[in-house]
Design a binder for this molecule. Sequence first.
Ligand SMILES: Nc1ncnc2c1ncn2[C@@H]1O[C@H](COP(=O)(O)OP(=O)(O)OP(=O)(O)O)[C@@H](O)[C@H]1O
Length: 239
Amino acid sequence: MITATNLTKKYNGTTVLNIEHLDIPTGQSMGLVGNNGAGKTTFFSMLLDLIQPTTGNIFNHEITVSQNEEWKEFTSSFIDESFLIGYLTPEEYFYFIGDLRKQNKADVDALLLTFEDFFHDEILGKRKYLRDLSKGNQKKVGIVAALIGSPKVIILDEPFANLDPTTQIRLKKIIKDLTAQKETTILISSHDLIHVTEVCERIVLLDKGDLVKDLMTSTATLDELETYFSKDLTLKEEA
Ligand SMILES: Nc1ncnc2c1ncn2[C@@H]1O[C@H](COP(=O)(O)OP(=O)(O)OP(=O)(O)O)[C@@H](O)[C@H]1O
C-alpha cells in the first residue's frame, strides 16, 4: 500500500499539490491525469524523495519515504531522461541498473530477450550511446530498465509520450501483463486518456494540485474524463 496524508507542496507560497488522503493498494494500477501543471510529476517526485513535501508524508509499504531509504529496494521509476546515463550504451545501462537491483548479467539478458519486439531492433547491439538515441528510444530504455529486478512498485511519468503507435500498443500489453497478477503496483501519469483508461484500473484526476476525481475505471470513465477536460471549452462556447 502507498499512502499519502496531508500532502502539500508549495513554491513561494503557491500550493501546487494538495492531497488530503490517498491510498493506493498493493497490486493496483493507477493512472494519474491532469492538465499541464496539475501536479502529477510533483506527486511522483515526492514519492521518489526527489523533492520534499511542504507538509505531510508519503508511506510506501509503511516506510516514510522522506525518512528511510528501504523503499528503494522494491521501487523503480522512469520519470525522464535525467534517469539515464548518456555516456553508456543501452546494454551497459541495463547491466548497471541490474547490479543495483542484484540481478546478474544472465538475469538481465533473459529479461531483455522478452522485450525484443518492444525494442524493434533499435536498441540492442547498436553500439550507440544513450545520449545519441531518439527521444522515443531513450524512453524505451528507461521503461525497460525500470522493470529490471521485478520491483513491487513501478512509477512511470508519461510513458506513452514520444512513442510511435506500434510501441504504444506494445507498451499497453506490457503494462497489462505486469498488472494481471495484481502483485505489482503501477503508477502512470498520462495525457493520453484512451491509453491510460485502457491499462489502469483506477484513475485519479488532479486539477491545479487538487485531487478532484478518483474513479475505478469502467466503460463510462473515458467519457467522464473527456467531459471534465472539455468543461472550459464548453463554458467559452456558451459565453
Ligand atoms: N522548482 C519549482 N519552482 C516553482 N514551481 C514549480 C517547481 N517545480 C514545479 N513547479 C510548479 O508546480 C506545478 C506542478 O508541476 P508538475 O510538473 O507537477 O505538473 P504536471 O502535472 O506534471 O504537468 P505536465 O503535464 O506539464 O508535465 C506547476 O505549476 C509548476 O510550474
